[in-house]
Each structure stands twice: as structure tokens, then as C-alpha cells.
Design a binder for this molecule. Structure first.
Ligand SMILES: Nc1ncnc2c1ncn2[C@@H]1O[C@H](COP(=O)(O)OP(=O)(O)OP(=O)(O)O)[C@@H](O)[C@H]1O
Ligand SMILES: [Mg+2]
Length: 332
């Protein structure tokens, strides 16, 4: 290839690893970064990627990209460093990029610790504040002062929820939260969640329908699954229209139990869909704040699904409604 030597020179100067493969997986080019970091052994002619790459996770990630002819991504550790690998197959070639993410991971961990510590430290003063305000409220007879105290108590309640959600999220993200999965009857769990939201739904005249087949079960941690459904149902009512509908159904596809939560609400504009699972992301800030939302609910949903080895996806149409699908491995 005429541009190969230019490419080789260029890739020799960049601070990340590049491996260029042909469609059979033979190495056409490997830059110095990979050798210096000990990620590959010396490359000789006609050598295949699995003969020179030293990490097994990296090898199976590249294998997946080549065999399924689609992009593949993984993270792995090697000699005290952490790396992210992205394999991009196309036509006759496959480009593999390996980036050092050690610093980024360290930063993420310290951010998580900071948030966890601050949230933890806030728990006790909030509990004290709440009990003082409750006592004052109970003893107060002046209606105007009672009104102030009621407002203050509502704010404390919001703060309590924020601290609770941040702590759950941090534990889920770090893998610290231990799951206790078991076989659960989904139909009755959905009924329990619906009972919790009865008055919220009726104040919006939203009808809730449980279409989970009788006897349908999933393998999951009951407490976490309850929390996941609670967040999706809360959103399905909160972001619905007056007189709207919320339906939960479930089915299996051979690999996953799929729980679908569908609403006929305001929907989510296309450009916001990729971000709604991020912490504190809200489509309409003022509307969500008025509704008492902090923007952590969907992040919790995502991490509960991930911690079960599953995932969540979302399809939505602005003005028409949304469908959240939770995939849980069949397991157990
Ligand atoms: N079913 C839905 N229909 C329309 N918009 C939704 C729906 N679910 C979530 N959203 C949008 O996504 C944003 C993020 O949702 P998320 O549940 O994470 O936060 P929240 O509901 O604002 O607060 P929290 O759940 O922490 O109380 C919401 O603010 C809302 O804009
Ligand atoms: Mg929510």
C-alpha cells in the first residue's frame, strides 16, 4: 500500500496503540506503543493478531469484531495499567485502537469516592434536621409558621432522596453492591409497584395495565428489580399526559427476559435519547424540577440492569410516548 510508510511514521508518534489487520486477522501494522507497553510480542510476517496480542480479553474482543463484522469494545488490565480497546472492521481491513485509560479510571474512582463520602456525611445532619423540623411542625399552631415548616420538611425530604439515590448509584457503579438474585414471579412484583403508585396515577388519571403473563418469572435481585420498576413507573406516570396509559409486559427471546414499560406520555426528543441514562440529565430541567426529579432515576435503572449482566434500551417519539425495555439474562 503506497500510504503504508506514512501511516507507520504517523502511528509511531501517537500516544495510543494501533493494530491494522487484514480480514483474516493477519497483522499488517502494529505501532511502537503496543510493543513498548508489552501489549504485543514482536510482530513477524504473516503473524495473526491472536499470536502476538498478549491479553485474552483483547484477543476475544478482536475475534468478535472479525467474525461478526461489527464494531467491538472492551476494557482490560495489563501490567498495572488499564486499557480500552476498540476494534473497527470494514471491508478488507480491521483497525484496532488500544488506549491507556488508567488515569481516567483513577479520576472516575476518586470522583465516586468523593460523592459517596459527601453523601454519607450528609445523612446524619439531615436526619437530625428532619426530626427537629417534625417536632416543631407537630407543636406549631400558627398556620403560617406551619406552612413554612411544611415547606422546609419537603425540601429535607428531597435532600434525603438525593442522598439515598447517590449512595445507591455509587455502590452499583463500583460493583460494591452485592446482588442476591433469585427466581421472582414478575406479575405480583408489578402489582406491588402499581399499588405504590395508585394515588399518583389517579391524580393524573393515568391507567396502569399489568400485561405480564401469569407465571412469568425472572432471575434477579428482588429489591433491585423493585427499585428499577419503581423508577420506570414513576417516570411513566410523571411524564405522561392526563388520562394517559402505562403498560408493563414481559417476554423472553432465548437469551433474555425482557420487561417492557410503555407509556403514552410526552415522549423524549430524539436528540436527548442517548443522554437520558446519564446522572442528573433532564430533558426539560424546569418541568422535572417542578415534579421533584433529580435526574438520577434512569441512571439507577441502567446500573441495576448492567449489574445483572443485562441492559436497557429506549424507543420514544416526542408527543406520543416511550418504551423502556429491560433485558435480564435468563440465568438461574
Ligand atoms: N417515560 C418518560 N417519558 C418522557 N420523558 C422521560 C421519561 N422518563 C424519563 N424522561 C426524561 O428523562 C429525564 C431523566 O429521567 P430520570 O428518571 O433519570 O430523572 P428524573 O425523573 O428527572 O428524576 P428522578 O428519577 O431522579 O426523581 C427526565 O428528567 C425526563 O426529562
Ligand atoms: Mg425518574
Amino acid at each position: 500500500m503506497p500510504y503504508m510508510s506514512l501511516l507507520k511514521d504517523f502511528l509511531g508518534k501517537v500516544g495510543e496503540g494501533y493494530l491494522l489487520l487484514d480480514s483474516e486477522g493477519r497483522v499488517l501494522l502494529a505501532n511502537d506503543f503496543l510493543l513498548k507497553r508489552g501489549l504485543i510480542s514482536q510482530v513477524s510476517e504473516e503473524i495473526a493478531y491472536y499470536q502476538c496480542l498478549k491479553n485474552l480479553t483483547a484477543i476475544s474482543c478482536v475475534a468478535e469484531a472479525l467474525s461478526e463484522k461489527r464494531e467491538s469494545y472492551c476494557q482490560f488490565s495489563h501490567e498495572e495499567c488499564e486499557y480500552a480497546l476498540f476494534a473497527f472492521p470494514g471491508g478488507e481491513l480491521c483497525i484496532v485502537r488500544i488506549t491507556d485509560v488508567t488515569e481516567f479510571k483513577r479520576y472516575e474512582r476518586s470522583k465516586r469516592h468523593f460523592v459517596a463520602n459527601v453523601s454519607h456525611e450528609l445523612k446524619t445532619p439531615l436526619a437530625v434536621l428532619q426530626s427537629i423540623l417534625e417536632t416543631l411542625y407537630d407543636e406549631e399552631e400558627n398556620p403560617q409558621k406551619r406552612n413554612f415548616l411544611e415547606k422546609a420538611l419537603r425540601r429535607v425530604d428531597e435532600l434525603n432522596r438525593l442522598v439515598r439515590d447517590l449512595l445507591i448509584l455509587t455502590k452499583l457503579e463500583s460493583g460494591e453492591e452485592r446482588l442476591r438474585p433469585e427466581r421472582i414471579g414478575l406479575c405480583s412484583l408489578v402489582e406491588e409497584v402499581f399499588e405504590l403508585f395508585e394515588s399518583q396515577a389517579s391524580s393524573m388519571q393515568v391507567s396502569m395495565e399489568n400485561k405480564v403473563p401469569e407465571g412469568f418469572s425472572v432471575f434477579a435481585d428482588p429489591e433491585k428489580l423493585f427499585l428499577l420498576l419503581k423508577n420506570l413507573v414513576d417516570n411513566g406516570i410523571k411524564y405522561n399526559k392526563v388520562g394517559g396509559k402505562l403498560t408493563i409486559s414481559a417476554y423472553e427471546d432465548g437469551r433474555f427476559s425482557i420487561i417492557s414499560v410503555e407509556d403514552s406520555g410526552i415522549g423524549i426528543p430524539k436528540e436527548h435519547i442517548p443522554f437520558v441514562f446519564e446522572r442528573f440529565y433532564r430533558v426539560d430541567d424546569s418541568r422535572s424540577r417542578d415534579l421533584g426529579g433529580t435526574g438520577l432515576g434512569l441512571s439507577i435503572v441502567k446500573h441495576i440492569a448492567l449489574s445483572h449482566g443485562g441492559k436497557v434500551d429506549l424507543s420514544s417519539k416526542e408527543g406520543e410516548g416511550s418504551v423502556f425495555r429491560v433485558y435480564l439474562p435468563l440465568g438461574g
